[in-house]
Write a protein that binds this ligand. Structure first.
Ligand code: PLP
Length: 321
């Protein structure tokens, strides 16, 4: 399979350009930092996952019988949307506790939804079985070089728009987003420090970077439903190990405060996973920081909870110096 390189990310960017939004970069000013926020929450379907899904699915042969994906949310929506626009049929395997509106969104795009128990291994087994029995092509959520290359186009756009940065923050679950973005960032800003963000109590990349091998942790209890895997991917791990300097934990309270900051100061709705990188950048950012805001599919009740909290962070933009 093709390697994950900046050249591959550039050609992916050209290939997916007709289907994805070139999202804006919004600035937030802090006493010691400028946060250059890449608003992937504004992507159709509300998350960067459209990039990887399109890049993987555009390469399928015309006689492909269809695709299958398993996901509790954003990847299912991305595969369903890409399948509709590419004229493919899609089956998505979703857990019975997936948010009703994410399931409805996949169905509205014409995908067949197969429901399984919330156990994440059950989901994988069902997707494998459907692939075998119906000849469907699996589209993995993160552990695939085509997918990770597609996700890297978000960081390519960011650096093309803002020039060199000192730090780059992105959330890490399986690591497809970070693997692609890290390669793009280091190609265009070799000195940049690349920092992952994970739920506190479930920081498996931090544990893996410390031990030097891919660690398995218990499923974290976190509001960030997009960041609940137990370990980073086998394919993404060596890329993460080569590029990511460190990975920082984030608590639910910090996620809520970052969601509130984004709503008040950037006029952006973020889901908890989508606010994770911002939470850590607000806490410790220095210099010019690229901040990848990964998704905006917030449950209204969670957004309401975030906005009801006392204001924790103020944007320095526009304040007298
Ligand atoms: C999928 C997802 C992530 C994590 O992406 P990985 O490639 O699995 O690391 C982060 N934020 C949001 C909003 C997501 O949907």
């Amino acid at each position: 399979m093709a390697e994950l390189t900046i050249a591959a990310i550039r050609s992916a960017a050209d290939a997916i350009a007709p289907h994805v939004l070139r999202t804006p970069v919004l600035e937030a000013v802090r006493p010691d930092a400028v946060l250059l926020c890449k608003a992937e929450s504004l992507q159709p379907i509300g998350a960067f996952k459209l990039r990887g899904a399109f890049h993987a699915m555009q390469q399928l042969p015309a006689d492909c019988p269809g695709v299958v994906a398993h996901s509790s949310g954003n990847h299912a929506q991305a595969v369903a949307r890409a399948a509709r626009l590419l004229g493919l049929s899609a089956v998505v395997v979703m857990p019975s506790d997936a948010p009703a509106r994410k399931r409805a969104a996949a169905e509205a795009d014409g995908a067949e939804v197969v429901e399984v128990s919330p156990d994440s291994e059950e989901r994988e087994r069902m997707a494998d079985r459907l692939a075998r029995e119906r000849g469907l092509v699996p589209i993995p959520p993160y552990d695939d070089l085509r997918v990770a290359t597609g996700q890297g186009t978000a960081a390519l756009e960011l650096l093309d728009d803002v020039g060199p940065i000192d730090r780059f923050y992105a959330p890490v679950s399986g690591g497809g987003l970070m693997a692609g973005c890290a390669v793009a960032v280091h190609a265009l800003a070799p000195e940049c420090e690349i920092i992952g963000v994970e739920p506190s109590g479930g920081d498996r990349l931090a544990a893996s970077l410390a031990s030097g091998s891919r660690e398995l942790l218990p499923t974290p209890t976190t509001l960030a439903d997009g960041l609940r895997v137990r370990r980073v991917g086998a394919v993404t791990w060596p890329i993460l190990q080569a590029h990511v300097a460190r990975s920082e934990p984030v608590t639910d309270d910090e996620l809520l405060d970052a969601m509130a900051f984004a709503a008040r100061n950037l006029r952006l709705v973020l889901e908890p996973s989508g606010a994770a990188s911002l939470a850590v950048a607000l806490r410790e950012g220095r210099g010019r920081c690229g901040v990848l805001l990964s998704g905006g599919n917030a449950e209204p009740a969670v957004l309401a909870r975030a906005l009801a909290r006392p204001v924790r962070w103020q944007d320095g933009a526009g304040l007298p110096s």
